[in-house]
Design a protein. Sequence first.
Length: 407
Amino acid sequence: MIEWSEEDLMIRDAVRGWIDAEVRPNLDALDSGELPPYDLLRSLYKTFGMDEMARSSFQSRIAKERAGGPEKKDAEKKDADGPGGGNAAMTMLPVIELCKVAPGMVSAMGVGLGLAAGTIMKRGTPDQKERWALPLLTMEKVGAWAITEPNSGSDAFGGMQATAKKVGDEYVINGGKTFITNGPYADTIVFYCKLDDGREPRDREILTFVLDRGMDGLEQSRPLRKMGLHSSPTGELFLNDVRAGADRLLSSGSQGGKESAKQNFVTERAGVAAMALGVIEECLKLSVEYARTRELWGQRIGDFQLIQLKLAKMEVARLNVQNLVFRHVEMQRSGRTPTLAEASAMKLYAAQAASEVAQEAVQLFGGNGYMSEYRVEQLARDAKSFQIYAGTDEIQVTHIARDLLSR
């Protein structure tokens, strides 16, 4: 049985104290979109030394990779561990604690680190990693991962229309992306497109480029208005004859580009369980406090069986999602990565549980729950996004079922 160790809990309490001091006072500005989350995230990294941990880990891995030999594979295997160097407490606990207050901050952080930097670390050369991945891993720069398009959605590869055409020693890239986390503020963009080689669009190779803010022909939109996750800026990208040299190319083939994206889907989907746990724990805590203090007909509402049923179901969801998180921690410690189907199952259950718990919290609070002053309203809006991004519930079902039927 896995439990957080005393050392883990000390880390949790320290992160919780930092959030209370730095994030909660800025929650209204974050939720209105007035305050982008990046300076706060950099403060988190500096406060807990996560930036220096990331730098040290990165330099060690790059040195091993440049040296070659048997250590190179071990370095590559650890590329996605993040600044905690594989320490689950330093990767999971900040996610859980931040999601109790501002889940969007975790989305912004996770895309820059896990997806943008993660792709470069998996597919890039040592020079590309030093040039683009290190500033992302230390939070010095903001990263975006651009795969979704207006007309493709869940059919990310088949419906992809963005293209790169080889012209001399360069590639000329055209196309648009939407729903891009960090898109408006990104300094570094990992961009997926298809090689324009005259073949049928669905048969073309998938290429992955690293682009920089300010390149000629690259336009980054203002933040889009959306239902929730307002502390995570989302935007569109427009590329008109953007010229990229071969030094910006990460994946030189359909399998390489698709495989890197699938690995990122596993990382992202498994991480949603930790995000969901944060929302569930906070909604349960707020609901229990409210049920103890709110009185109707001369008694506290927690004495009514229908309210007790809501609280009981929230606790069941908390235990189940916590077990998924602990299972993921155990897999990390044993060096095992979840399959796409396993990660999809984790995301499907955890996302639905978080959304249901948050909606029930709003219901338990009644009219107060519908007011932004009572934080369950924001958490309910934010939790709904878990069922959509990183693949909708329906896509998770498809991936799980396909795996079961292929055995």
